[in-house]
Design a protein around this ligand. Structure first.
Ligand SMILES: *[C@@H]1O[C@H](CO)[C@@H](O)[C@H](O)[C@H]1NC(C)=O
Ligand SMILES: *[C@@H]1O[C@H](CO)[C@@H](O)[C@H](O)[C@H]1NC(C)=O
Ligand SMILES: *[C@@H]1O[C@H](CO)[C@@H](O)[C@H](O)[C@H]1NC(C)=O
Ligand SMILES: *[C@@H]1O[C@H](CO)[C@@H](O)[C@H](O)[C@H]1NC(C)=O
Ligand SMILES: *[C@@H]1O[C@H](CO)[C@@H](O)[C@H](O)[C@H]1NC(C)=O
Ligand SMILES: *[C@@H]1O[C@H](CO)[C@@H](O)[C@H](O)[C@H]1NC(C)=O
Ligand SMILES: *[C@@H]1O[C@H](CO)[C@@H](O)[C@H](O)[C@H]1NC(C)=O
Ligand SMILES: *[C@@H]1O[C@H](CO)[C@@H](O)[C@H](O)[C@H]1NC(C)=O
Ligand SMILES: *[C@@H]1O[C@H](CO)[C@@H](O)[C@H](O)[C@H]1NC(C)=O
Length: 889
């Protein structure tokens, strides 16, 4: 501590003594009497301590000279001159979680010379890095200590039992170390007011931790999060720690009902039981905890029953979190009751992911201190009350996935303009998420967002022109509504911060505005399923960060601009179902491409060989229903991740390349272990709920090769039979000759096999009987002969039309084979042929639709990923604020 002038010293002493008084810790810092230096023996002891420590950033550089009381972090008793406090806490409070923290961490050995400091009452070694060594047992001999903080200092091993000798300890913080204990030493610390053992492994104490802790009559704060306590006793005969005001037992794996004694702790201000497996009903006795400010029962999965009526009478509540449980009942009374509090200061109300019902009453508007209103994933009905505009502090408002209806009130505009007034002093983050409800009408023009905002109004029934907000909106999801008219020409100038844009599935018409090219931060552009026309603009050089481009199912014409090649991060290019034409331009730079879909257009020329040379991560390639000609380039065989290849309905000729057997994506079931984007998608499935689940699982499973409706000739290469994970093989409507490879029975996953309308001859290989997943077989209109195999799936393929048009096939379901060589009778006739073509077409259409499901999920993947990470980030903030819990996140 510096002592440049006496007045500063005096001031700091006054401040210090005030702090010390408040903390009820008695210790002194630097000696005020200039003549009392530190004792030589203590100075030497400290130097010895310094010697043992590693100090990469030279924090102990002031530890030189005679008066050790002036050394940084050292404090002395002003009467005796003896060292009474040692604060070596890492000034970077994030400790080893940041580079800076790591750089400033002390480490090495703690010298027993510390014992020379007999009057030490305060020791803080927190947030350093002692490399997992056991806490030295001599610490237990510093018997005068009242404050010991070793939080986050990377100690390990079993807590030394002679800590129990420190009977004067008032504060003990051993949180965030990799330590273990049975807690048997704890009862002798009878002066303890504050105990934090967060993250310690207390498995051995599980059966009796509560009786032990109950022997500490002065306890005010008890923090035991993530301690593997596993047992929360139902009863406690007599409560000793009646002054307890903070109780954190989160993430302990408790699997029982909420114990009644918890609600006798009438001094409780903070109660955190989140991230356990608690079940049962939240009782009305919660009402006796009238001092409660923070109640967190979230993430227990199984807390059920009605929302207690008394909950709304806890007028001191600042934060109530019940999310991720099964709580039922009406929110209406609860809000009414809470808003009746004269001075409610509630900031966080998180009731998301429960089974609550009712409507949001107008009285919501009295809860003006609300900052986080999180109500998504319940069954709320009615409309958003007008009074929402009174919630001028609201930062996050989640109402997604309910049954809300009606119109968003104009007063929402009030809300955001008031936020703007406060902007100067805060970093506001307005979130409006009302997706997946049945909100309709026009989006109020008065709606204003300030700061970086994420707006999600997807899947409602909004109509009228696409709304624009002039602010720093980063995410704009208006997908699946009834917006009409053109995309505003100035969209790119009005919302320059936009990074994610999804306005798909609306009724938008007109051209793609040039100003989209000004959105230099854009990563997702999803404008599919509208009535957009005209050409694709040439603005791609200026928005080169794009990751997803989906313009499918519009009426776009002209060619693909060459400048798309500048999108070096592009992973999804979906342009299908438009009127695009010409040759595909060289897209060699798009080497991360995962999905290229140009189907249902009028593209011509050869299939570019560079696709196989440059897009080696490609999972899906779809060029169907165009006018591509020439042969299939053998380079496509190098796409080892590809699991959907659709070249159907073109004018392709030549043979099926033999190298098709190299295509590993058709041979392994999981797309790719290294591809983490797929792993994220797996998680997304859980978080995004509802509509996505099917698509996600389909994505892994769909494994399909479709070359139908071309002019392909030659034989089916034997190598095809090595593609053992293929689900669909469609080679129909070509000019294939030769026989069906005899080893076709190896294609164990095949479900749909269509070889119809070719000139394939020979018999149906008997090995096909082992294709037990086969349920769509079509061999009609070939030159096959001999007996249809019997057994397994073949017994259920009873429709004779799948074999028709093969003059020499016989056996069930066709007429029996005649030994006399007579040609079996085959039902035939023009009318039937027509009907049969209809059947083929329906299979093809069915496949396209199925495919679309997959593509749809790919396209909005980024959005989900962002939503997901955003969500996780918030959870993390909530958790790390009190304690790190890596395993929960
Ligand atoms: C300083 O030491 C004296 C004598 O040991 C003791 O009485 C006094 O309480 C100490 N002061 C503080 C602030 O700890
Ligand atoms: C101990 O040191 C840390 C880091 O320098 C500082 O933030 C903290 O305020 C100190 N504690 C006391 C009681 O002075
Ligand atoms: C112990 O130190 C950590 C990190 O420096 C700090 O966050 C915590 O509040 C301290 N504990 C007590 C009881 O002062
Ligand atoms: C501390 O406690 C241990 C037992 O836990 C005891 O053996 C020892 O004598 C005590 N005293 C000191 C100064 O370590
Ligand atoms: C209450 O605390 C005292 C003092 O530590 C202890 O002797 C007593 O056994 C405790 N009572 C219960 C019921 O644990
Ligand atoms: C809790 O309170 C109830 C009702 O006030 C009382 O009957 C019960 O004995 C109390 N339990 C404990 C452990 O203090
Ligand atoms: C929780 O307890 C119930 C009943 O005692 C038991 O059936 C269930 O398996 C337990 N669950 C876990 C995760 O321990
Ligand atoms: C909303 O604010 C207005 C004006 O401050 C006030 O008159 C009204 O009572 C408030 N309504 C609610 C429901 O809070
Ligand atoms: C948008 O962000 C920029 C830079 O971060 C800032 O200067 C500007 O004031 C913001 N505008 C609004 C309307 O929030």
């Amino acid at each position: 501590m510096g002592r440049t002038t006496p007045s500063i010293l005096l001031l700091s002493l006054i401040l210090l003594s005030a702090t010390l008084y408040l903390n009820t810790v008695t210790f002194g810092f630097c000696n005020a009497a200039p003549n009392v230096g530190c004792m030589d023996i203590e100075r030497k002891a400290l130097l010895k301590l310094k010697q043992g420590l590693t100090d990469p950033s030279d924090r102990l550089s002031s530890w030189v000279g005679v008066d050790c009381c002036k050394w940084r972090g050292v404090g002395c008793n002003k009467t005796s001159g003896r060292v009474d406090s040692l604060n070596l806490s890492n000034p970077h409070r994030d400790g080893l979680e940041s580079d800076d923290g790591t750089l400033h961490a002390l480490g090495g050995d703690i010298s027993p010379s510390l014992l020379v400091l007999k009057d030490l009452i305060y020791l803080d070694l927190s947030m350093n890095n002692f490399g997992g060594v056991k806490l030295p047992s001599f610490i237990g001999s510093l018997e005068k200590m009242t404050y010991l903080n070793l939080s986050g200092a990377s100690f390990g091993g079993v807590i030394t039992p002679n800590l129990g000798n420190l009977s004067r300890l008032v504060y003990l913080d051993l949180s965030n170390n990799a330590i273990k204990s049975d807690l048997r030493w704890l009862p002798s610390l009878s002066s303890l007011k504050f105990l934090n053992l967060g993250g310690a492994q207390l498995t051995k104490a599980a059966p009796y931790w509560l009786p032990i802790v109950n022997m500490l009559p002065s306890l005010v704060e008890l923090h035991l999060p993530s301690c593997r306590l596993s047992i929360l006793p139902l009863t406690l005969p007599q409560i000793n720690f009646t002054s307890l005001s903070v109780l954190d037992l989160s993430a302990n794996g408790f699997n029982s009902t909420l114990s009644p004694w918890l609600f006798n702790l009438t001094e409780l201000v903070n109660l955190d039981l989140s991230y356990n497996n608690l079940n049962g009903v939240l009782p009305e006795t919660i009402g006796s905890l009238t001092l409660l400010k923070n109640l967190d029962l979230s993430e227990n999965s199984n807390i059920e029953g009605q929302l207690p009526r008394n909950l709304g009478m806890l007028c001191n509540l600042q934060s109530l979190k019940l999310s991720f449980n099964k709580v039922t009942g009406e929110i209406t009374d609860f809000i009414d009751s809470l808003s009746g509090c004269t001075n409610s200061s509630i900031e966080t109300l998180d009731l998301g992911y429960n089974s609550l019902t009712g409507h949001l009453p107008n009285s919501l508007g009295y809860l003006t201190t609300l900052r986080y209103l999180i109500l998504w994933y319940n069954s709320f009905q009615g409309s958003i009350p007008d009074s929402i505009g009174n919630l001028t502090s609201l930062e996050q408002f989640y109402l997604a996935n309910n049954k809300m209806g009606g119109v968003i009130p104009e007063s929402v505009g009030q809300l955001s303009s008031l936020v703007a007034v406060d902007l100067s002093e805060n970093t506001w983050n307005v979130e409006l998420d009302v997706a997946y409800n049945e909100l309709s009408g026009r989006v109020p023009n008065s709606l204003r967002f300030t700061g970086s905002a994420n707006v999600d109004l997807s899947t409602n029934r909004f109509e009228g022109p696409l709304p624009l907000w002039s602010s720093n909106i980063t995410t704009l999801y208006l997908r699946d509504n009834q917006f009409s008219g053109p995309i505003p020409y100035n969209i790119g100038d009005v919302m320059p911060s936009l990074s994610d844009l999804d306005i798909s599935w609306n009724g938008l018409s007109g051209n793609i505005p040039q100003s989209l090219g000004n959105l230099s931060l854009l990563t997702t552009m999803v404008i599919s399923n509208n009535y957009l026309s005209g050409e694709i603009p040439h603005f791609w050089n200026s928005i080169s960060e794009l990751y997803i481009v989906d313009m499918s199912s519009n009426s776009l014409s002209g060619t693909i601009p060459r400048s798309i090649n500048s999108l070096h991060l592009l992973r999804y290019l979906i342009l299908s179902n438009n009127k695009l034409s010409g040759e595909v331009p060289l897209l060699k730079n798009c080497s991360d491409m995962k999905s290229l879909d140009l189907g249902e257009n009028m593209f011509s020329g050869n299939i570019p060989a560079w696709i196989g040379e440059n897009m080696l991560s490609l999972l899906i390639l779809r060029l169907s229903s165009n006018s591509f000609s020439g042969s299939i380039p053998s380079q496509l065989c190098d796409l080892l991740e590809l699991h959907i290849l659709d070249l159907s309905h073109n004018n392709l000729s030549g043979h099926i390349p033999h190298c098709v057997g190299n295509m590993n994506g058709f041979k392994v079931s999981v797309v790719s272990d290294k591809d983490t984007s797929y792993l994220y998608q797996g998680k997304l499935k859980v978080v995004a709920k509802g509509r996505v689940q099917d698509f996600d699982s389909t994505l892994y499973l769909v494994n399909s090769l479709d070359l139908s409706s071309n002019n392909i000739s030659g034989e089916m290469p034997t190598e095809l039979t090595t593609l053992i994970k293929l689900w669909t093989l469609n080679l129909s409507m070509n000019h294939l000759t030769g026989i069906i490879p005899s080893r076709i029975g190896n294609m164990e996953s095949i479900e749909t096999l269509d070889l119809s309308i070719n000139q394939i001859s020979g018999s149906i290989p008997p090995s096909m009987v082992s294709l037990t997943f086969l349920n769509h077989l079509n061999l009609s209109y070939n030159n096959l002969s001999g007996k249809v195999p019997t057994g397994n799936q073949f017994n259920s393929l009873v429709d004779p039309s799948i074999y028709e048009g093969n003059a020499h096939l016989c056996g069930y379901p066709l007429p029996d084979c005649e030994d006399n060589g007579e040609t079996p009778q085959v039902p035939s006739g023009g009318g039937e042929e027509f009907e049969w073509l209809g059947f083929i077409i329906s299979i093809v259409i069915g496949f396209i639709l199925g495919f679309w499901g997959v593509c749809g999920s790919l396209v909005i993947k980024k959005s989900w990923r962002q939503a997901y990470f955003h969500f996780i980030d918030r959870m993390k903030v909530a958790c790390t604020r009190k304690f790190q819990r890596p395993q929960e996140i």
